[in-house]
Design a protein around this ligand. Structure first.
Ligand code: ZN
Length: 495
C-alpha cells in the first residue's frame, strides 16, 4: 500500500497503523440498524463514517469485504435482555407480521442510505436468517463452561468468565463497576448474577418470533448475531469492527466475551466507534420531542426544522466533524453546511470553466502536489475528513483566482488539480451533485442559463445581432449580469 493508514483503536485506546490480517484484503463488520422504525441522524452517522472508511480503504487499494447486519429479532426494548422485542411489539401494535415490519423499515433504511450516497455493504445479513449459527455459538459457549441454562433460557456467566478474562476491557470498566451500575430488571430470578446476559431466551406464550432450540422454543439474545455473522462471513479473526459509541457497552463488550468464550481468542483486531449526535445540546430521544428522522430532514416536516435539508447537506454536515468528536445539530449548523457544500460543488464546476495558460504557470504543479499530499495525510490520520474539507476550501479560493484571471495554471497542473479535487470530494468523501431539490434545482437552473447564452454566442458568431441583444436584454431584465470573456461568457445573478 502506498498510503500508511493510522486509525484509533478503541480497544488499545491509541492510534495504530492499520495492518490487515491478510495483505491487501480487509474484513470489516459494522452493526446495522434494528428495523422497527425510521432511520434518524443517529443512524446516518455510523453509516457515513464507515462508508468513508469503506471508500478510502478501496481507494488506497484494498479489496474490502464489508458486512453490515440488519437486526430483525432479539433486540429488546430496554437495550438489555428484558422487555418486549422491538419488532414484535411494533407488529403487535400495528397488527402486522413481524417480517412485514422488518421489511418495511429495511426498505426505508435503504432509501435513506441511497439518498445519503452511502454505498451498500458487500453482505447485509439478517439476524433471523442466521438462527442456526447463533444456536451453534451458544452451544460452543455452553460446552466451554461459560454459560448456563435456566428455565429454557441460556445466560452468559460473566462472573466466571471474568475470573480468567477481563469483562470490560473494551469499555474500560471492571466487573465491580458493572455490577454497581446494573439495574434491577425482571428475569433476575433466572440469572445467577444480575450482570449475566442472555444468549438464548425462552419465548413467552404470547411471543410470536420463536424458533426451536435444544433449550426451548425461543429466540437469540441480541449480542449473539454480530458474533455469529461476523465469524461466518469474515472468519475467526478479522480486521475492523465498527459502530456507534453507544454500542461499546454492553453490546460490543458482550461480543468480545462471546468470541473469547467460544473460540478462545478475540475475533477483532481494530474496534472503531463514531461519537454521537446531540440536538441543540441534548441527547436524541422520542420523549424529548427532538427525534428527527432522515425522511423528516429531507422534507423539512418537523417542528424543530426551519427548512428542508438535502441528503448531501446532511452528509457534508456529518463529514465536517471528525468521527470521534461529538456533533451538535442545529438549524444554524446545517445551514452553514448547506452553504459550505454549495461552495465546494461550485469549486468543482468552476474547474471546468478555467482555461489553462499558455505562458507562465503561477499556481504550478507543486501546489497541486502539496494539496494532494495534505489531503492524503489528513485521511491517513484516522480519517480526518474536516481537514480534507478545509484543504478543498483552500483549493476553491485558488480556483476563484484562476477564474478571475488573477492567477494562471498550465494544462497539466489544471488536469491534476481537477483529478485531486474530484477524487477527494466525490470518490472519498462521497459527495455528489444533487438533482430534484436544493442544489440540484439550482444546478438545472444554471444549465438553462448556460444554454441560452450558448444560443447568444452562436447568434453573435452568425452576426445575428437582433437575437444576441434580445437574449442579453431579457436576461438583464431578470437580474442577470452577463460578461463577455475572451473565450465565451460568464454570468452572475444579482437578486
Ligand atoms: Zn452488533
Amino acid at each position: 500500500m502506498e498510503q500508511k493508514l493510522i486509525i484509533y483503536n478503541t480497544l488499545s485506546r491509541k492510534k495504530e497503523e492499520f495492518k490487515p490480517v491478510t495483505p491487501g484484503r480487509v474484513g470489516m463488520y459494522v452493526c446495522g440498524p434494528t428495523v422497527y422504525g425510521d432511520a434518524h441522524l443517529g443512524h446516518a452517522r455510523p453509516a457515513i463514517t464507515f462508508d468513508l472508511l469503506f471508500r478510502y480503504l478501496q481507494h488506497i487499494g484494498y479489496k474490502v469485504r464489508y458486512v453490515r447486519n440488519i437486526t430483525d429479532v432479539g433486540h429488546l426494548e430496554h437495550d438489555a435482555d428484558e422487555g418486549e422485542d422491538k419488532i414484535a411489539k411494533k407488529a403487535r401494535l400495528e397488527e402486522l407480521e413481524p417480517m412485514e415490519v422488518a421489511q418495511y423499515y429495511t426498505n426505508r433504511f435503504h432509501d435513506a442510505m441511497n439518498a445519503l450516497n452511502v454505498l451498500p455493504p458487500s453482505i447485509e445479513p439478517h439476524a433471523t436468517g442466521h438462527i442456526i449459527e447463533q444456536i451453534q455459538l451458544v452451544e460452543e459457549i455452553l460446552k466451554n463452561g461459560y454459560a448456563y441454562e435456566s428455565q429454557g433460557s441460556v445466560y452468559f456467566d460473566v462472573e466466571k468468565y471474568n475470573r480468567t478474562h477481563h469483562y470490560g476491557k473494551l469499555s474500560g470498566r471492571n466487573l465491580e463497576d458493572v455490577i454497581n451500575h446494573s439495574r434491577e430488571l425482571d428475569g433476575v430470578n433466572e440469572k445467577r448474577n444480575q450482570v449475566d446476559f442472555a444468549l438464548w431466551k425462552c419465548a413467552q406464550p404470547e411471543h410470536i418470533m420463536r424458533w426451536p432450540s435444544p433449550w426451548s422454543d425461543g429466540f437469540p439474545g441480541w449480542h449473539c448475531e454480530c458474533t455469529a455473522m461476523g465469524r461466518k462471513y469474515l472468519g475467526n479473526h478479522f480486521d475492523i469492527h465498527g459502530g456507534g459509541m453507544d454500542l461499546i457497552f454492553p453490546h460490543h463488550e458482550c461480543e468480545i466475551a462471546q468470541a473469547v468464550a467460544s473460540q478462545g481468542s478475540d475475533m477483532v483486531n481494530y474496534w472503531m466507534h463514531n461519537n454521537m449526535i446531540t440536538i441543540n445540546g441534548q441527547k436524541m430521544g422520542k420523549s424529548l420531542n427532538n427525534f428527527i428522522t432522515l425522511a423528516q430532514f429531507f422534507s423539512g416536516e418537523h417542528e424543530a426544522l426551519t427548512q428542508a435539508y438535502s441528503p448531501m447537506t446532511i452528509r457534508f454536515f456529518i463529514l465536517q466533524a471528525h468521527y470521534r468528536s461529538t456533533v451538535d445539530f442545529s438549524n444554524e449548523a446545517l445551514q452553514a453546511s448547506e452553504r459550505g457544500l454549495s461552495r465546494l460543488m461550485e469549486g468543482l464546476k468552476n474547474l471546468e470553466r478555467i482555461t489553462p495558460a499558455e505562458g507562465p504557470d503561477t499556481v504550478g504543479t507543486a501546489y497541486v502536489e502539496e494539496l494532494r499530499r495534505k489531503c492524503y495525510d489528513a485521511m491517513n490520520d484516522d480519517l480526518n475528513s474536516p481537514i480534507v474539507i478545509s484543504h478543498l476550501f483552500d483549493a476553491c479560493r485558488v480556483i476563484n483566482t484562476l477564474l478571475d484571471k488573477k492567477a494562471t495554471i498550465s494544462a497539466d497542473a489544471l488536469k491534476e488539480l481537477t483529478t485531486v479535487f474530484r477524487t477527494f470530494a466525490l470518490d472519498i468523501l462521497g459527495l455528489k451533485e444533487e438533482t430534484g431539490n436544493g442544489n440540484g434545482r439550482e444546478e438545472a437552473f444554471g444549465k438553462v442559463v448556460d444554454m441560452l447564452l450558448e444560443q447568444r454566442r452562436i447568434a453573435k458568431a452568425n452576426k445575428d445581432w437582433a437575437t444576441s441583444d434580445k437574449i442579453r436584454d431579457e436576461l438583464a431584465s431578470l437580474g442577470f449580469e452577463i460578461k463577455d470573456t475572451k473565450d465565451g461568457f460568464s454570468w452572475t445573478l444579482n437578486r
